[in-house]
Design a protein around this ligand. Sequence first.
Ligand code: UGA
Length: 440
Amino acid sequence: MSFIASKCPDIRVDVVDINPERIAQWNSDVLPIYEPKLDDIVKKARNRNLFFSTNAPEAIKNADIIFISVNTPTKTYGVGAGKATDLSYVESCARLIVEHSTSDKIVVEKSTIPVRTSDAIKSILSTAKKKCKFDVLSNPEFLAEGTAVDDLENPDRVLIGGEDSPAGQKAIQTLANIYATWIDRKKIITTNLWSSELSKLIANAFLAQRISSINSMSALCEVTSADIDEVSKAVGADTRIGSKFLKSSVGFGGSCFQKDVLSLSYLCEYYGLHEVAAYWKSVIDINNYQKNRFAKNVATSLYSTLREKRLAIFGFAFKEDTNDTRETPAKDVCKYFLEEKAKLAIYDPKVEPEKIYRDLDLPQGSDQIEICTDPYQAAQDASAIVILTGWKSFKELDYQKIYNSMLNPAWLFDGRNITDHAALRKIGFRLRAIGKPALD
Ligand code: UGA
């Protein structure tokens, strides 16, 4: 929304949230999320045509277009628990819109939702007592964290789904005109509502599937002495396959992939497509396998006991250039180590300590882990370094200095394949990396 405000100074954008603390952060100098280039975008437009407030009724009353951008987590209760999408926030949002609308609106689903959710939204909106007309559109977001601003500036495509009626088509054009301010119209794809809703889930499922595919092959590489990066390069050079999203890792994380693949799989089950559901569910199974396999490999390499051993954890965010830890592989891997009674010294350049304690189900300030302010402190007297996030800064550390401060033998487990493995071995590290042969 901030990006739209920055690109379209003539459009007033009101961002509303029921959480006053969040809104206060959006109005402050320290935004609630770390995202490269976002600070400048927000500062440029804030209080010009971009406003953050908790006054949803007022914003709804004045708006011509309303974007529903609420959380759609995996259900944790009742039917479909652990698989289906929890639509309760979407529903409350639609009810709020009905309650406070006094004029016609275009209502845009921005949150990722299962196919046919717009039916539910339309049904709630149709209960409006005042004579307001609502056109519902689906406009899923494809940006990735860490590169959000560049993705918005130059997206592969913008997708807008709407009803095949004159009013629906007019609503699609109204929204398309906003994006066309800075995006080539050829990149704006328009579809029916269901195709748009489903395309977002499928796009994320395909991306997640590529990572699980390459990660499953990393296991095969390790036992055959093939090198996963060489394999990725050779396979991805085929233009029909493509080179992106073939980087093997400790596993994918983030708020979307797992939730969306589970939601897609549940949807297939709901429609009786059990084989299809099982196929997509296996993408998650492989991801869990990969996280577990990596953690187990650390324990086995360290002579099958982690008890009282200090492990320096480099990175806790689910990927580089973000402070987001939702579904981060670091959470599962660290929990594994804690169960094995290891002592963890955790360093991440952007993740706040409170999040780390919360993610590991530890009381704030618990002495079961040490949160470090730099990687050298974390590595001091450690038996091993475990790299869990691909922060660029981890490539540039003085590993000789780090090696000298660690216990001997000093181990390094690269869960992101970002360090110079040959140079580390030369220093004396015992090195294990995803999809790479163990050379010692
Ligand atoms: C993902 C999609 O890439 C976006 O298109 C989508 O809009 C977004 O979800 C969403 O639905 O909100 P995001 O989760 O922010 O974006 O970040 P990604 O770059 O996709 O990374 C996801 C995870 O996969 C990270 O843990 C990353 O480290 C991992 N990954 C990514 C790999 O392990 N290997 C790769 O080759 C690429």
